[in-house]
Design a protein around this ligand. Structure first.
Ligand SMILES: [Zn+2]
Length: 146
C-alpha cells in the first residue's frame, strides 16, 4: 500500500537496527512479527528479553496482525511540510498477542476505544514500509460508528 504522494520523512525512532531488522524486512513482505520467548512463548515489543525468563532465547514469529484500540491522540502540529492531508493520529494498539504498540490508524470514519483493528502496510519511501492499522474487516456491523 502506498502513501498519498509526497515522501514522508523516515521516523528516526523506527530506523532499523540489528535488533529489529527482521521485523522491518517482514513488513516489506507484508508480514507482521512479534518477538517471542523460546521458553514460555510470551510476546514482547519492542525486541527484548522475556520479563519472566530474562536471558531465554527470543525469536521473531508471525503474529495475527490484529488487536484493539486502547487510546489515541491526533497530532495537529505539523513537524514536517511533507505531512499533507488530515492531521494524523497516533494510536496505542493492544495486539491479540499481548504487546502494546504505537501506530497510525487509517481508514476509520471515527475511532472508538476497543474497536478491532488489523494491520496494513504503508510504503512511505522506496523500501521503507511502516505497519499501520485499519478497522478490522470482520468487525460487527451496525455499531455506533455506522
Ligand atoms: Zn519466557
Amino acid at each position: 500500500m502506498s502513501g498519498s504522494g509526497a515522501p514522508r520523512p523516515f521516523p528516526g525512532d523506527v530506523a532499523p537496527d540489528a535488533a529489529d531488522a527482521e521485523f522491518w524486512a517482514a513488513c516489506r513482505d507484508g508480514r507482521y512479527l512479534v518477538m517471542r520467548c523460546g521458553t514460555c512463548g510470551h510476546a514482547v515489543w519492542p525486541a527484548g528479553a522475556c520479563p519472566r525468563h530474562g536471558a531465554a532465547p527470543m525469536a521473531w514469529t508471525d503474529a495475527s496482525g490484529r488487536g484493539a484500540l486502547v487510546t489515541w491522540t491526533v497530532v495537529h502540529q505539523r513537524y514536517a511540510t511533507s505531512f499533507a492531508g488530515a492531521p494524523p493520529n497516533v494510536a496505542l494498539v493492544e495486539l491479540d498477542e499481548g504487546p502494546l504498540v504505537h501506530a497510525t490508524v487509517l481508514g476509520a470514519e471515527r475511532l472508538e476505544i476497543g474497536m478491532r483493528l488489523e494491520v496494513a502496510f504503508e510504503e512511505i519511501a522506496p523500501d521503507v514500509v511502516l505497519p499501520v492499522f485499519r478497522p478490522a474487516r470482520d468487525r460487527p456491523r451496525g455499531s455506533l460508528s455506522g
